[in-house]
Design a protein around this ligand. Structure first.
Ligand code: SF4
Length: 411
């Protein structure tokens, strides 16, 4: 399979094309047209980096290097690479991922829920609103639409929302607790065009996991969901988070082992962020030493499991010892979030609103975010874990306020 990539939105590369070809687990490239040595080097390095990582999955037509990125080669990946180059090489932030809350409800009551504090009296976005938002995101160049919640599987029209994502332009994923992922639902999600599912897990120990989720049988539900999703042909990831204490207990080692036994493609490990129900729990937040220990585990596990599963830690993307120079805080950089009630937030974990899609187009809200003093400069660090950012914009949110809080009231 060969695809010719072009970069029509980058004047400097407008006459350049890259022939991208899948050859087994590798992706080969040839660059045609007038391309500077520097840009040639960056494009080659980008593909060499993924070849070195190795594919986590192979479809009939291409290689998947991460669930967050469309398969190589594909037109959707061409769009993603273009957005990445615009952002990282030409320094004009161009998002390629949008997380969209589609349900404010959930059957669980997790101790770490980032959606806690959202008002219950404002209606969730309708099917038509979600379809419109998806269309606006696609027009902005987004290549990864991830539906989140609450719990997205509680929405009966989820398949309609998924169908709104054109598969030739973007991949669609969901973050779910997995409890409603029956074999039939998994097949129906796949038929609607879903690329993959991230299923959340807190511990490989059923007692601990179910206790943190506030529901008996939750871990068994995750196990069943993984099986049903795999059988339906979906890519399957597990997602978890680590506190400082969990890092020192090396909790991700056991979860990675579970992923390996269950045939999970990717394990995403978020930092414990003081937001939602974890707000104020300063002692849980990672520090320099725990980040170092976590990165070491990350490295060891990826060597051990050789991409079955691939382990991806948030810490890797936003600490200087990892990849922060290239990725950093995703907010106002590569990603944004829209809550189930239509509020535009910098990310899923940030309880700040820049306006609502019911009144303002998504692109305008994104542009507003980019010029805000808290977001206009690139941040390597996770802003939600940055003391000075929190002091200015998070700890000043009144205690009883509905979230996300209108940032204008803090400026
Ligand atoms: S503040 Fe930045 S790094 Fe932190 S969770 Fe949000 S996007 Fe990710």
């Amino acid at each position: 399979m060969k695809v010719e990539y072009g970069f029509p939105n980058i004047p400097e590369l407008a006459n350049v094309s890259v022939i991208v070809e899948r050859r087994g687990e590798k992706t080969l490239t040839s660059i045609l047209g007038p391309c500077s040595t520097l840009h040639r080097f960056i494009i080659k390095r980008y593909f060499a980096f993924h070849n070195k990582l190795g594919a986590i999955y192979q479809t009939d037509t291409g290689n998947v290097y991460s669930m967050y990125i469309p398969e190589f080669p594909s037109l959707a990946h061409n769009r993603m690479l273009e957005a990445f180059l615009i952002s990282k090489v030409f320094k004009r932030p161009a998002p390629f991922a949008a997380t969209i809350g589609v349900s404010a409800k959930c059957q669980f009551h997790c101790v770490h829920c980032s959606a806690a504090g959202r008002p219950a009296n404002i209606p969730e976005m309708s099917t038509a609103e979600i379809k419109r938002v998806v269309g606006e995101c696609i027009d902005m160049g987004i290549t990864n639409i991830t539906f989140t919640g609450g719990e997205p599987l509680l929405r009966e029209d989820l398949e309609t929302c998924i169908r709104a994502v054109p598969t030739e332009k973007a991949v669609c994923l969901i973050f779910t607790n997995g409890q409603l992922m029956t074999a039939e639902r998994a097949k129906s999600l796949k038929a609607a065009g879903l690329f993959g599912v991230h299923i959340s897990i807190d511990s490989p120990d059923p007692e601990i996991n179910d206790g943190l989720r506030g529901a008996r049988g939750a871990l068994k539900g995750v196990r069943d969901a993984v099986e049903n999703a795999r059988n339906a042909g979906l890519l399957v990831g597990l997602s978890t988070y680590v506190t400082k204490q969990a890092v020192y207990l090396h909790s991700i080692r056991e979860i990675a082992e579970l992923c390996s036994q269950w045939g999970v493609n990717e394990l995403t490990v978020f930092d414990a962020i003081q937001t939602g129900r974890l707000n104020g729990l300063k002692t849980h937040q990672l520090n320099r030493l725990s980040r170092f220990v976590l990165l070491r585990d990350n490295w060891v596990l990826n060597r051990k499991y050789k991409n079955k599963p691939r382990v991806v830690t948030q810490t890797w993307t936003n600490t200087a010892w990892g990849f922060a120079r290239y990725i950093g805080c995703l907010a106002a950089n590569l990603q944004f979030h829209i809550t189930a009630q239509g509020d535009f937030a910098p990310c899923d974990f940030t309880p700040l609103s820049f306006g609502n899609i019911r009144e303002t187009p998504v692109k305008e809200l994104w542009d507003k975010l980019l010029v805000h003093p808290g977001y206009k400069s690139f941040s390597q660090k996770c802003r939600m874990q940055d003391k000075s950012f929190r002091g200015k914009y998070i700890e000043t949110i009144p205690e009883d306020a509905d979230l996300p809080y209108n940032i204008r009231l803090l400026d």
